[in-house]
Design a protein around this ligand. Structure first.
Ligand SMILES: [Zn+2]
Ligand SMILES: [Zn+2]
Length: 275
């Protein structure tokens, strides 16, 4: 019996965005996350899958990026295809963002590294199976209160935070930036590596050249953000000290001078955008 995930045969996971819902769905049911103009419905229309359908050929790949940082990805790829990050810290481990799958080997591996003290999420596209992860590890999930309407599966594990930042432990901070979503956030690790890291989801999106970043309302539909939203994001991160940015997708790393890359990218935007 699968004790990790309740109702594993219920079709309640959207195949396009990976969000798990609290009730079973039929093809007549749309996914509000995908119907929103930041997302899209897949080429085959709305498809719902059960956890057990997913589990047939899926696993979770761990890639160690630094001694205390792992990227986690569902393989073969499913839905949006984002990574989550496991950060190992003296005060307890944190999972940044989430992925739409969880299995027993993953739980065992993370437990062998000390388990999870908390999960923190950048924005609703990565809510995925956050409730199942939180229940498996008995930890809270920090979600910004301004995105509460996008939570499709409520749980006592969810903790809504408000305001501009939330201090966690070991100097770690969640920073509210808004932009892509009203509650979009990034995670600052001040003592990570030599000079700190910023984990940005797609709030601050690492460009293909890995020398710049972008800020969009919708990435798949190419809808830009207005000037004031970009200025607000920059205002929130400009005084943070960090060397490296890790974005949501594989290979999205600005390894050095990431702070300068953000500043340069903001200047490039603002030079061409009108208010
Ligand atoms: Zn969806
Ligand atoms: Zn997104």
């Amino acid at each position: 019996m699968n004790t990790l995930v309740k109702n594993p045969d219920r079709k309640d996971i959207c195949a396009t965005c990976g969000t798990r819902y609290a009730s079973p769905k039929t093809t007549a049911d749309g996914c509000p996350v995908c119907l929103d103009d930041r997302q899209y419905t897949g080429d085959n229309g709305q498809v719902w899958q059960s956890y057990n359908e997913l589990a047939k050929n899926r696993s979770i790949r761990f890639t160690q990026l630094q001694t205390n940082l792992y990227a986690l990805q569902v393989v073969p790829n499913f839905a949006i295809g984002q990574q989550a990050f496991l950060v190992l810290l003296a005060g307890g481990n944190v999972l940044w963002d989430c992925i739409p799958f969880l299995d027993a080997p993953t739980v065992a591996f993370i437990r062998s590294l000390g388990g999870l003290r908390a999960i923190a999420i950048s924005h609703p596209h990565y809510y995925s199976l956050m409730v199942e992860w939180a229940e498996a590890f008995g930890c809270p999930v920090y979600v910004h209160a301004q995105d509460r309407q996008w939570v499709m599966h409520s749980s006592p594990q969810l903790q809504y935070w408000e305001g501009e930042s939330k201090t966690l432990w070991d100097g770690m901070q969640l920073i509210h930036t808004g932009g892509h979503f009203p509650g979009s956030a990034v995670l600052h690790l001040p003592y990570h590596g030599n000079k700190g890291s910023l984990l940005t989801g797609d709030t601050i999106y690492v460009a293909r050249d890995r020398k710049h970043v972008s800020f969009m309302y919708s990435y798949p539909n190419l809808i830009p953000l207005p000037k004031d939203a970009i200025e607000q994001i920059f205002e929130q991160v400009k005084d943070l000290a960090y060397e490296t940015i890790y974005g949501a997708f594989e290979g999205q790393v600005i390894a050095t001078d990431a702070q300068k890359a953000v500043k340069k990218s903001v200047c490039r935007y603002l030079s061409v955008l009108k208010a």
